[in-house]
Design a protein around this ligand. Structure first.
Ligand code: ADQ
Length: 734
């Protein structure tokens, strides 16, 4: 993983940036709408890039706009497209799913995580809205860049309308290990949402590895861990580490220009700068500072901890609680050690303007940055850029992403209060030579790997060629199935259209290829192996179309079964529907305009509208569904068709179980393993029903959700699987 940092040929093309917030907050005043810059790492990272390249920034403006209200312009070189959110949506999407569920979970705080189904559904709706606005803006742009955990389903939404556009996603917070991520009831949906992107970036390698683990273990995707490539269904996504940087030169020049801060000259200053967030480890930091004063009394009256905390997410109760706790803690430590002329902790609960911040960074003796978990942490980098005078010391939590590259910092475990106190002591005592060596090395790296380098490396990776995974083949099947099958017989269930042959305009055109036929036959001829083809076609049709002698056939989605030595089966309720089916066929035939036609399959029917012009489809479909309902049938959407099925509690899953019990008796699971391969929603019935009972494969596009264990990209992959199954364990097997 990690990508070459050559500039791409289209390095300066406009881009569409999508993030939860616009790069400013809009407020309504007596003078009308006003905008002020939003705080946070992301904005300072991306705004200069958009200004230079042009494009659109899509995000929530911070208030509900009234009809006709326009966001005031700023003469900027890029467009702004606001996404409107209602109060409830803000509560559920932002405060709820984003900040009460994903934020703590992704930072590995499962005990702080709340799960709420309504928050989740609003999250999905809001993500779709962002996706729709983005798709509208992205028609001309070559690249859409989506940011962060509030928008993990947005790539999939954009992909629905823009199949060819390059989509990148960057996660600014950690991606936790599989054991934590899978606590989310919606983990698979989020992973699928992300995999619609072409490129997914994380700050550091370990987050990328965690993600790869999750898609492999929870979705059954094919993964090359070393190269960071994921193949899921018919799509390939690249995954890599892109450690974010800062605008180094800007911080450096602000530090050079800022006047001396008199309050920084009296004592040695230990500086903490954070959003007030429980992930930042601020109480632990205060405790470590207290321990320093206990263990090394020589620092009393000589050192102060200056802690700046920007108010953040103050509506969420966890944050209110943190504020209260911190006020109390600071009060206690100050009460314990303060003297007439000295107070150990100066705590400012507010935002500080950038010039002053840079002066404080420059004049601080130590930056004490101790998050319990942090995606990257830009404060550490800003401090380094501002070291233009007497060099200070960076004490940095090893649980921040930035610690992965900033190895010359004194790295601490923030949970280890004594250890942090000792590191702080060492920092305060460090000689100038050592300080300078460490700072110089840190500065060199941060200057080189600045924000521009970050943006370029991500954009270059998005437009560069890459090696695809080796084609799906025997080694994959071996890894997935060998242990599963070992010592058992095999019952193999296969859908027909879209699984054993490609979908065609008319069912009569869908014939079995020679090689597929051979593979199917070889499987059926293997000892201890049963093959069944289970289709929506009528039993007669599928039996004739496939025409292999040793195979079991199930027609009408399993309502009728025969062949392969099995006693013929017809679902007992079907007798009630024969006549109704004939009447329904006549009623549907009356709707056969514009090339629509009815396929009568005995107890079930399919109304095909593939050749109907798009503009006439909706009304025709509605009429067909109504006709089906009126006849007492159930209407279900199929490939360019609608199916009419009798309302019998039966589906392909139940049909599979019937076959297994008839062939092997009630303890069938002691004798055979079951594999089911299918490509549509009627197979999803089987995937759901057979969960835990079978290994299931969904064929085709990665965009449709599936309950199957794994995916196969296309019909060719099904053929390869059958070939492997047929040869498995024999002399000519690989
Ligand atoms: P944040 O959690 O917001 O970002 P961080 O990377 O530290 O964390 O950025 C905070 C920003 O706010 C810095 O630019 C800092 O200067 C500013 N700031 C903090 N306190 C301030 C104060 N009192 N006054 C003024 N400014 C203040 C998320 C992830 C991080 C990741 C970034 C970027 O949580 O891990 O590094 O995105 O990807």
């Amino acid at each position: 993983m990690g990508f070459e940092s050559e500039r791409g040929t289209d390095g300066e093309r406009p881009i569409v940036v999508v993030s939860n917030r616009l790069p400013f907050t809009v407020s309504r005043t007596v003078r009308g709408l006003e905008r002020r810059p939003s705080p946070g790492g992301l904005v300072s990272a991306l705004e200069p890039v958009l200004r230079r390249r042009g494009g659109t920034w899509i995000g929530w403006p911070g208030i509900s706009l009234r009809a006709g209200e326009q966001i005031p312009g700023d003469g900027e070189a890029y467009r702004v497209a606001p996404v409107e959110l209602s109060e409830t949506e803000i509560t559920r999407h932002y405060h709820g799913m984003s900040n009460r569920t994903l934020w703590p979970l992704m930072h590995s705080f499962p005990a702080r995580t709340q799960f709420d189904k309504n928050d989740w559904s609003t999250y999905a709706i809001v993500n779709e809205r962002f996706g729709d606005v983005a798709a509208g803006e992205a028609l001309d742009a070559g690249f859409v860049w989506i940011h962060d955990y509030q928008l993990m389903l947005t790539p999939a939404r954009i992909r629905q309308s823009l199949p060819e556009t390059t989509i990148g996603f960057f996660l600014h917070i950690p991606f936790p290990p599989h054991d934590i991520f899978r606590l989310l009831p919606w983990d698979r949906e989020l992973l699928r949402g992300l995999l619609a992107a072409d490129l997914i970036g994380f700050h550091v390698r370990s987050y990328a590895q965690n993600f790869l683990d999750c898609v492999e273990r929870s979705l059954g995707a094919r993964v090359n861990h070393k190269q960071g490539i994921v193949e899921y269904g018919d799509r390939t996504t690249r995954v890599g580490a892109f450690p974010i940087g800062i605008d180094f030169n800007q911080f450096e020049s602000l530090a050079l220009a800022a006047p001396v801060q008199p309050e920084m000259q009296r004592e040695q200053v230990v500086l903490g700068v954070d959003r007030l967030d429980y992930t930042k480890g601020i109480p632990e930091r205060v405790l470590a500072f207290e321990r320093l004063l206990e263990l090394h009394p020589e620092h009393r009256e000589r050192v102060v901890l200056l802690q700046l905390a920007v108010p953040s997410r103050s509506q969420v109760s966890e944050y209110k609680e943190l504020k209260r706790k911190l006020d109390e803690l600071v009060g206690r430590v100050n009460g314990r050690f303060a003297t007439a002329s000295w107070s150990p902790i100066r705590y400012l609960y507010r935002s500080v303007d950038q010039k002053r911040l840079c002066a404080l960074y420059r004049d601080a003796d130590v930056a004490l940055i101790t998050p319990l978990r942090d995606g990257m942490n830009l404060v550490a980098k800003e401090f380094i850029a501002c070291q233009v005078g007497d060099p200070g010391v960076l004490v940095l939590s090893k649980l921040a992403g930035s610690a992965q590259t900033m190895r010359e910092a004194l790295r601490v475990n923030p949970y280890d209060i004594d250890g942090t106190a000792e590191a702080l002591h060492r920092a305060l005592e460090m000689e100038e030579g050592e300080r300078r060596s460490r700072i110089l090395a840190l500065r060199r790296r941060e200057k080189r790997d600045d924000i521009e380098a970050w943006v370029n490396s991500f954009l270059d990776a998005s437009s560069s060629d890459f090696t695809e995974l080796n084609p799906l083949g025997n080694s994959d099947f071996q890894a997935w199935l060998e242990d599963f099958l070992q010592g058992y017989g095999l019952a193999l269930f296969l859908d027909y259209d879209g699984t054993l042959c490609n979908l065609q305009d008319h069912p009569t055109l869908a014939t079995l290829g020679d090689e597929m036929r051979l593979a199917l036959r070889s499987c059926a001829e293997r000892p201890h192996t049963k093959v069944a083809v289970i289709s929506g076609r009528s039993l007669e049709d599928v039996t004739k179309t496939v025409g292999e002698p040793d195979v079991i056939y199930a027609g009408n989605h399993g309502l009728e079964i025969a062949g392969g030595g099995l006693p013929p089966f017809i679902h007992e309720d079907l007798v009630h529907f024969r006549h109704r089916a004939e009447d329904l066929a006549k009623a549907l035939q009356k709707l056969e305009f514009d090339g629509a036609w009815t396929e009568a399959k005995g107890p079930t029917l399919t109304f095909h509208y593939r050749s109907v012009p798009a503009q006439n489809r909706e009304s025709l479909l509605e009429a067909a569904k109504q006709t089906i309902h009126d006849a007492g049938y159930q209407a279900r959407d199929a490939h360019q068709a609608v199916e009419a099925r009798p309302p019998i509690g039966w589906d392909k899953g139940r049909a599979v179980l019937h076959v297994l019990r008839t062939l092997y008796g009630p303890s069938w699971s002691e004798r055979v393993r079951v594999i089911y391969v299918g490509d549509d929603h009627t197979d999803e019935d089987a995937f759901r029903f057979l969960a835990g009972l079978a290994m299931t494969f969904r064929v085709g596009s990665a965009d449709t959700p599936t309950e199957a264990t794994r995916r196969l990209p296309n019909v060719d992959a099904v053929q390869k699987l059958l070939e492997w199954l047929a040869r498995r364990g024999t002399a000519d097997a690989p």
